[in-house]
Design a protein around this ligand. Sequence first.
Ligand SMILES: Nc1ncnc2c1ncn2[C@@H]1O[C@H](COP(=O)(O)OP(=O)(O)O)[C@@H](O)[C@H]1O
Ligand SMILES: [Mg+2]
Length: 678
Amino acid sequence: MSSLLQPHANDCEPNNSSKILPTISEFHTAFDVEAIKSIETGEADQEGGVFLTWEDLWVTVSNGKNGRKPILEGVKGYAKPGQLLAIMGPSGCGKSTLLDALAGRLSSKIKQTGKILINGHKQALAYGTSAYVTEDDTILTTLTVGEAVYYSAQLQLPDSMSKSEKKERADFTIREMGLQDAIDTRIGGCGSKGISGGQKRRVSICIEILTRPKLLFLDEPTSGLDSAASYYVMSRISSLNQKDGIQRTIIASIHQPSNEVFQLFHNLCLLSSGKTVYFGPVSAANKNFCLQFFSSNGFPCPSLQNPSDHFVKTVNKDFVQDPEKGLAGGLSAEEPIYILAKLYDSSEINHQVEKEIAQIIQRDSISMLNGSHAKFYTQCLILTRRSFMNMYREVGYYWLRLLIYGALALSLGTMFFDIGSSSESIQARGSLLVFVVTFLTFITVGGFPSFVEDMKVFERERLNGHYGVTAFVIGNTLSAVPFLLLTSLIPGALVYYLVGLHQGHEQFLYFTSVLFISVLLVEGLMMIVTSMVPNFLMGIIFGSGILGVMMLDGGFYRLPSDIPKPFWRYPLHYISFHKYAYQGLFKNEFQGLKFTSNQLGGPANFSGEEILRHLWQVDINYSKWLDLAILAGMAIVYRILFLVIIKSFEKIKPIVSAISCPQPNFRFTKVTRSNEIE
Ligand SMILES: Nc1ncnc2c1ncn2[C@@H]1O[C@H](COP(=O)(O)OP(=O)(O)O)[C@@H](O)[C@H]1O
Ligand SMILES: [Mg+2]
């Protein structure tokens, strides 16, 4: 491990700082230790709450050939029930990383060492005990505010609560976040105007506090809010405890709190470049400890300046200070950080924090009970309804595709109109069938962006333990069925009857069934691609590539006997769903038909079976229904594969992290996932 990972990072000497700064012993006496102690909330009130402590927490990322770069450097702290801990610091200082680490959500590429304890023990947070409001708002954009919160309430709240109680809880939470006027407004997103960014933030918070979790992580809850809204949102969050009587532990990262918001914090963790510049109480008995810490160390807050602005400005190293106006006598931008971090390390307040952590760890362990949530069946039902609503309202999901299919079906219908039964129609029928199934499935890639948005929402909700991957797959599949039926029936009928393909209800039913199952199958394949690529652009490229290869290997562009045996025939030809779709449709079309020949000298008639065997090299020893069954089986397998990939990724991730970070006190990577619903 690189030298950057040495446990003590604060060995940097403050350059010539001794001239301008008070000595450490002076600083010790500057603090009113008793006052610090006096602000702790009563122990009795905190019973049943979540105590979170972290010590010597290092988080590093790979820095290419230069080893590893630390994002957090041995930070420590605690969060207690009934208190609001604010994590402050300039942008890029590691606020979100600290929250992610505490919530057990760091990605597997990031290494974490240190001790994070819940109620003094290494344990996973049970379902319903914690919620995390992330920095970016991933909510279904087609829903209204009311719908988003209400669906979420039905998904998360236990079945023991009645529908009206759930509705009541959702309405109460909406009112709490001041969203009652926007309740019927669509959330909106890229391309469609909806609620404002600040309102979206509040909807995200609403959704996460519905279950009244005991531990709440909020990443930049006030970004995008004006100062009044910031204050109301923060004060409502901090006053939730009094309203529902739950001693809640709240940890929020915040970068620019107003004076009023700052007063709401119980504890402050001020970070800069991953180092703790200050961790401790904010104020008590009219004493602002943090302000005192800064001024007693040579960085007094100018009068009429917001103290939090002053703290963040002092510890911001990203912008070079104007030498004329430089802080504390013209120090470079980085010096105040090292000076303050060093002084904090040896300060009395730091010792108090260490004592506090030790006390919390020694407390009797309180095992956390799993919160109850909606039953699996309810979750599937609600997810199907919500997903249907989203697909119905999102034009790009299916409606646009249906329009294109319709236009194309008309084009094909008029181009191949009344195809007849001459020998020329044989080639035309073959090309038409292949085009229809290939194009119909290929354009499924066009639904990728909408599906990726769905997946983002799923990822957020799954991480917060709202429901599991099985419920998502079932909901997504069932809600898509009516649309897929429409997209295969309407254009299918147009093509079938305009062209005059093999007449008969059974043949038409088979034709549309192949189209329907093929699209369902490709959607499953796209789900797998989405779970493996980071963005939709790459998804479209990968998805198109896979479909392109399968299409090529389906046995039409190169006849089955001509396909090179290694790789292309075995196994790819048999894996490609196009093989079964083409063969099934060919059998459906040609079996039972007779074609007349115009050529002199040759046979006067051909049977469909002869064409299948000799021209298309179709295996007619088994029924077309078996081809359809194989397609249906593949559609199911792809969805199960998606489920397995997500689940095994979850299982493998902690193992990979544990292997790459073999520290004895390493905790776990996923907090809320330990309680997978299914
Ligand atoms: N996965 C990652 N790979 C590389 N660098 C990262 C990664 N995640 C975060 N960082 C870096 O860590 C620093 C802190 O990031 P973050 O915690 O998001 O900051 P904040 O929330 O305080 O703005 C930033 O400089 C960021 O570039
Ligand atoms: Mg952040």
